[in-house]
Design a protein around this ligand. Structure first.
Ligand SMILES: Cc1ncc(COP(=O)(O)O)c(C=O)c1O
Length: 362
């Protein structure tokens, strides 16, 4: 026997692997707590809409059959929702899987991808997986994606740009006009991915989706997910909206049958539901948390999403631990004393505020 074993591509060893939020049960055991509130993964506290669980259960009964790879009924409904055509829709196993297709389709040696920092960490991880050089662009002083600097950061080998709008983890946004200016400033050979995972939560009057732009511009793709406002994170379903030829190109990197029958059924059953109620409930939570942070003298970035980015004044890892000990799990990005807290139920939001007051000694 030797110690020799197959070696993976060396660049993959650079990946600081995506760390999902620690499960509540693990934290509970660690600190001897009866109840732990998880506000770490931007999940929806409300769960699936009425009727969705039944639709998913019905689909699971057909699990001996492969899924409908065309996802035709879902594409049709999504197309209606966005005022586009079914061929403008490309579903995947979560928008993460769509992002992976894009990264693999565009990446490889001799390419680079530009993305904001901090932003959704998958842009960087996928760049490494795809063998693309990742170029981080720091946010502006208001914690917004700095679109001008991003344009300036593009290199001769850049063929992919990610913009998260609203941005995770800061919750800040860029207006539709700003996004249009970005798209105009980018060469047609560069694919602009506008990740709108949190768009349904945004209420700012000048926020707007780029979906209707993407369908006409082969170098723009918009990404949406059912994991957030629809409350289907575990089912794994998201989609891109764009030009049919770009979607066909990107789909070459997708394995067959990636979107399960259950996920398609759950998404379809979710679509008729009105999102306004959930948007308003979320806003009530954002307002409460932002007001509480102000009262405690804590700096935060104004949020258009279902989370708030705040400067806890205590080093991130330490703050994470102090809150976890009080039964509230948040997300530490390792960026100074900044922490991200997800909006939970009314009781969970209250529990977070009480825990934070406890830590800050108010
Ligand atoms: C900005 C952003 N994009 C995409 C995703 C991935 O979503 P999905 O569950 O659809 O893979 C997330 C998840 O947190 C996210 O924050």
């Amino acid at each position: 026997m030797t110690d020799e074993r197959p070696q993976i591509r060396p660049r993959l060893l650079e990946i600081d692997r995506y760390r999902p939020g620690t499960p509540a049960e693990v934290i509970a055991a660690q600190y001897g707590l009866n109840e732990v509130i998880k506000l770490a993964s931007n999940e929806n506290p409300d769960g699936p809409f009425p009727g969705v669980v039944e639709a998913v259960a019905g689909a699971v009964e057909r699990s001996n059959r492969y899924p409908d790879n065309s996802a035709a009924p879902l594409k049709e409904e999504l197309a209606k929702r966005h005022g586009v055509l079914p061929e403008n829709i490309f579903p995947g196993a979560g928008s993460s899987a769509v992002l992976q297709c894009i990264a693999l389709a565009m990446g490889g040696a001799g390419t680079s991808a530009v993305y904001p920092w901090p932003s959704f960490v998958l842009y960087e991880i996928l760049s490494k997986i795809a063998g693309t050089e990742g170029v981080r662009v720091q946010l502006d002083s208001d914690h917004r994606v700095d679109l001008d600097v991003m344009v300036g950061a593009m290199r001769h080998d850049t063929n992919l740009v990610y913009v998260c709008n609203p941005n995770n983890p800061t919750g800040t946004y860029r207006s539709r006009d700003d996004m249009l200016a970005l798209v105009d400033a980018v060469a047609p050979s560069v694919l602009v991915v506008v990740d709108e995972a949190y768009a349904e939560y945004a209420i700012a009057p000048d926020f707007g989706s780029l979906a209707n732009v993407a369908v006409h511009r082969p170098n723009v793709l918009v990404l949406r997910t059912f994991s957030k406002i629809y409350g289907l994170a575990a089912l794994r379903i998201g989609y891109a909206i764009g030009h049919p030829e770009t979607l066909a190109d990107v789909s070459r990197a997708q394995t067959p049958f990636t979107v399960t029958t259950a996920a398609q059924a759950g998404a379809l059953a979710s679509l008729p539901h009105d999102l306004a109620g959930r948007r308003e409930t979320n806003r009530t939570g954002v307002d409460l948390i932002e007001h509480s942070l102000s009262r405690l003298g804590v700096t935060f970035a104004p949020s258009q999403a279902n989370f708030v980015w705040f400067d806890s004044g205590i080093e991130g890892e330490e703050m994470y631990r102090l809150l976890a000990r009080r039964g509230v799990v948040v997300r530490n990005y390792g960026i100074g004393s900044w922490i991200r807290v997800t909006i939970g139920s009314a009781a969970e939001n209250q529990a977070f505020i009480v825990a934070l007051e406890g830590v800050l000694g108010s």
